[in-house]
Design a protein around this ligand. Structure first.
Ligand SMILES: Cc1cc2nc3c(=O)[nH]c(=O)nc-3n(C[C@H](O)[C@H](O)[C@H](O)COP(=O)(O)O)c2cc1C
Length: 188
């Protein structure tokens, strides 16, 4: 029964993504960026569902392997509005942009979704993966993840002065680490 339901769902979903110019990719083979610098270029992190979602700029994160899964890790500070969506949603997406990148990253990284719909203000169009995870059709790369593990940093485990110094004058609160299994990826 479930298999039949999935068979009916999958083609329309793939079509929905293809019609926005996205092609599915296998990240292990097709991902062309440098994993060490990908996050430094600023990306968008989105979570939520069809009723409500939010996105913000992220500059911290990593891609790699964990528990025999291809994984993406992101870090969200306590006071980010996006955190509520990350905690409630089983899936999140990470997106890279080329068109209007600076404008989008600046706005998404300095305004809060608490004060208004940032995607709407930027004229971005929200679409959803087959799992219901939000993404913007204006992105160039979309990586969809299912959260496997989430935990806030605990200062008792800081092992060098780096995290200690980071949080000395950081008003947004400690970051929570979200480790996601990559369950889908698309690029234009
Ligand atoms: C370039 C850049 C990178 C950022 N990286 C992160 C990050 O990795 N983690 C984080 O919690 N906040 C990060 N931020 C800050 C959030 O994007 C920012 O606080 C945003 O307004 C939060 O939006 P929200 O309240 O709608 O979630 C970054 C901001 C910029 C401009």
């Amino acid at each position: 029964m479930l298999a039949m339901a999935l068979m009916t769902l999958a083609p329309s979903t793939v079509w929905a993504q293809s019609e926005h110019g996205f092609k599915p990719m296998t990240v292990e083979q097709d991902f062309a960026d440098n994993g060490f610098s990908w996050f430094r270029h600023a990306l968008l992190l989105a979570a939520g569902n069809r009723e409500q979602s939010n996105a913000m700029t992220i500059g911290w994160g990593s891609i790699g392997t964990l528990w025999r899964k291809t994984a993406v890790t992101v870090y969200v500070a306590e006071n980010r509005y996006t955190k509520q969506f990350m905690d409630r949603s089983p899936y999140f997406t990470v997106m890279a942009f080329s068109d209007r990148k600076d404008e989008i990253m600046e706005y998404m990284g300095t305004k809060s979704g608490r004060d208004g719909d940032k995607a709407k203000a930027l004229g971005l169009h929200t679409a959803y993966t087959e799992h219901g995870a939000p993404y913007y059709i204006e992105a160039d790369i979309v990586v969809e993840c299912r959260t496997m593990y989430a935990a806030p940093f605990d200062p008792q485990y800081f092992k060098s002065e780096v995290p200690q110094q980071m949080y000395t004058n950081f008003s947004a609160g400690l970051h929570t680490m979200y480790i996601g299994e990559v369950v889908g990826a698309w690029q234009k």
